[in-house]
Design a protein around this ligand. Structure first.
Ligand code: IPR
Ligand code: MG
Ligand code: MG
Ligand code: MG
Length: 146
């Protein structure tokens, strides 16, 4: 009887958005497979033909109802998830953006995937942080232009 081992899934690309408001960023607790119960930024899979900026605006709208502008590329990181139910490999493209309508408030449009959105100051982020974000914070990453 031969043991058949499934090949690992191919690496995928995701975009994560540092939505800046004053000294805070928008974060929410993930309730899905990868990073379950960890605090993360609004993020999502890059879909066919999208630019990074288009993906950021689409995922932000889908997940929070917010309209964003001034989307800028910040950094890309390579993330291997071996401690999950199934292994995963994500290249995460980090961008920053600001609200197109300054006082717009976020809605939790995917309550099965997110515990709720809130604004957190960068120097007092919620814990535990989702792996890719934690790694950036640990190396002193700062998404603010000011
Ligand atoms: C590693 C992680 C950023 C993977 C992709 O993000 P996500 O689970 O938020 O994806 P979707 O919003 O597209 O469902
Ligand atoms: Mg999404
Ligand atoms: Mg998506
Ligand atoms: Mg998402």
């Amino acid at each position: 009887k031969t043991l058949v081992v499934a090949p690992p899934p191919s690496p995928q690309v995701a975009v994560a958005i540092c939505l800046l408001r004053g000294k805070s960023v928008l974060m929410g607790r993930r309730l899905v497979s990868i990073g379950n119960s960890k605090y993360s930024l609004p993020s999502g899979h890059l879909e066919f033909g999208e630019t990074f900026e288009e993906c950021a605006a689409r995922e932000m709208k889908e997940e929070t109802g917010l309209d964003i502008e001034k989307v800028e590329f910040l950094k890309v990181t390579n993330n291997l998830f071996l401690d999950q139910p199934t292994p995963a490999h994500y290249v995460v493209v980090f961008v920053r953006a600001v609200l197109a309508v300054p006082m717009q408030t976020p809605l939790n449009l995917e309550p099965d995937k997110c515990g709720g959105w809130d604004w957190y100051e960068w120097d007092s982020l919620p814990q535990p942080l989702f792996g890719p974000i934690k790694a950036m914070v640990m190396e002193g990453f700062n998404p603010f232009p000011y």
